[in-house]
Design a protein around this ligand. Structure first.
Ligand SMILES: CC(C)(COP(=O)(O)OP(=O)(O)OC[C@H]1O[C@@H](n2cnc3c(N)ncnc32)[C@H](O)[C@@H]1OP(=O)(O)O)[C@@H](O)C(=O)NCCC(=O)NCCS
Length: 189
């Protein structure tokens, strides 16, 4: 994975109705370790990361890089979003920016992931007009599949990898001028 080039990305913390998307801070370390160690979170991602390994290897201030956002609810980290330009782990991504999302299970079912991802995509589209974003997820990961659809990703293909069926989707901002006009009602003058 590489970062998203020379554009100042993200420009500043992104605020949504309920959340803040910001850089990781020292106070996020415990939640980040919890996130990686969670069996539910890792269920479709190759399994959880052993807690003691993260404790040993994660720096005091978790690593910062453009395109990595901690999702903060009322001052506490509830998840993480990444928007990295893919460089090869996924042939289909072909150098495009790829969205990833991981949320602590206690925060599932509240629309937080959708709210945070929509804001990150919006910000991305402002910084990189016209560039698509891709996403890969296991088809068995129903929550992730629902989220991808809700965000407006559309299926490009399905493929087998890492022992499971993967869904590969693409998103690009529909600008107001691209949107179809209102459908005719059939009632003319
Ligand atoms: C994928 C993942 C982020 C989805 O989380 P999520 O909370 O289900 O996703 P959303 O933010 O879209 O929330 C949707 C749910 O919130 C509910 N909801 C409640 N209040 C809401 C609100 N104000 N606005 C929107 N939805 C709301 C929706 O009805 C929906 O409920 P449902 O799950 O019962 O259908 C989460 O399951 C996760 O972190 N999984 C592990 C990591 C992973 O597999 N990532 C994929 C790799 S790319």
């Amino acid at each position: 994975m590489t970062e998203l080039g020379s554009v100042a990305w993200p420009p500043a913390p992104i605020r949504t109705e309920r959340l803040v998307l910001r850089e990781p801070e020292a106070r996020d370390r415990a939640a980040l370790i919890e996130l990686l160690a969670s069996p539910e979170v890792g269920a479709f991602l190759g399994g959880p990361r052993p807690r003691d390994e993260s404790e040993r290897e994660m720096p005091k201030v978790p690593r910062r890089r453009p395109g990595l956002f901690v999702v903060d609810l009322d001052g506490s980290m509830i998840g993480q979003i990444t928007l990295y330009r893919d460089t090869g782990h996924l042939r289909q991504a072909d150098g495009k920016a790829e969205l990833g999302y991981l949320f602590l299970p206690e925060s599932w079912g509240c629309g937080y992931a959708a709210e945070a991802c929509a804001a990150a995509l919006d910000c991305f589209a402002g910084a990189f007009p016209g560039e698509p974003v891709v996403l890969a997820t296991q088809t068995a990961n129903k929550r992730s599949m629902r989220l991808a659809a809700k965000l407006g990703f559309t299926e490009v293909e399905r493929f087998e990898a890492w022992g499971a069926e993967q869904w590969f989707g693409m998103w690009s901002r529909v600008t107001p001028s691209d949107r179809p006009g209102p459908l005719p009602t059939g009632r003319g003058p």
